[in-house]
Design a protein around this ligand. Structure first.
Ligand SMILES: Nc1ncnc2c1ncn2[C@@H]1O[C@H](COP(=O)(O)OP(=O)(O)OP(=O)(O)O)[C@@H](O)[C@H]1O
Ligand SMILES: [Mg+2]
Length: 195
């Protein structure tokens, strides 16, 4: 079933961030959440994930098993790329983890300590970790942050190849990314979805 967001409100003190927001997120589809900085995209994602509480309103049909790339990487810096993926889902075969890291261009960095990776390399580790975790819905908050155009293309292909029939909610500032993913677009402005 599609996820239905009904009359969601969220304020921080005097700052009204979500103002009776309504939206539908299609089951098995990719939905891109767009809108200017500071308008509440991450706040909405956090409410959908259950990390933050809305002041009022409802979210219906949200699946139980959630996986995420947060706005920050939130990796275990002293562990390798491989171990970061493994600890999120220890039923994974080692070959699967290595293959996925290779698919995003991290074949040479599989056993490298995360603290020694570049920003864009860390971002890809976070993406593989989220994608290989057990889940019914995937939340991605600016997953391509720090990637150059060529790497972005590789990672877009990786995402498309590995999210068939998965419900994905992704924050991006780039309409071309949304188009490349064939995503539905929700535009957040003044506390509401306007598109
Ligand atoms: N924990 C918090 N306490 C107080 N205010 C907050 C908190 N989290 C977010 N805000 C405020 O809520 C508003 C929306 O923030 P949010 O991080 O959701 O924006 P965003 O759309 O994700 O922006 P960006 O594109 O820059 O990531 C901002 O005005 C921010 O200052
Ligand atoms: Mg944000």
């Amino acid at each position: 079933m599609d996820i239905i967001i009904k009359d969601l409100c969220k304020s921080y003190g005097e700052n009204t961030v979500l103002d009776s927001l309504n939206a539908v997120i299609g089951k098995g589809k990719i939905t891109c959440l767009m809108g200017p900085s500071g308008e509440g995209k991450t706040t909405l994602m956090n409410i959908l994930m259950g990390i933050e509480k809305a002041d009022s309103g409802a979210v219906e049909n949200m699946p139980q098993n959630k996986s995420a790339v947060f706005q920050e990487d939130r990796l275990c810096e002293s562990f390798s790329a491989f171990t970061n993926v493994k600890i999120a889902n220890d039923s994974l075969a080692d070959d699967t983890i290595i293959s996925h890291l290779e698919q995003v261009g991290l074949g040479d960095a599989v056993y490298q300590q995360v603290s020694t990776l570049s920003g864009g390399q860390k971002r890809r580790v976070a993406l593989v970790r989220a994608l290989l975790a057990e889940k019914d819905i995937l939340f991605l908050d600016e997953p391509f942050k720090g990637l150059d155009e060529d790497t972005k293309k590789i990672v877009t292909g990786y995402l498309l190849n590995n999210t068939a029939d998965t419900t994905v909610v992704m924050v991006t500032h780039d309409i071309d990314e949304a188009s490349a993913l064939g995503a539905d677009v929700l535009y957040l402005k003044d506390g509401k979805i306007t598109l």
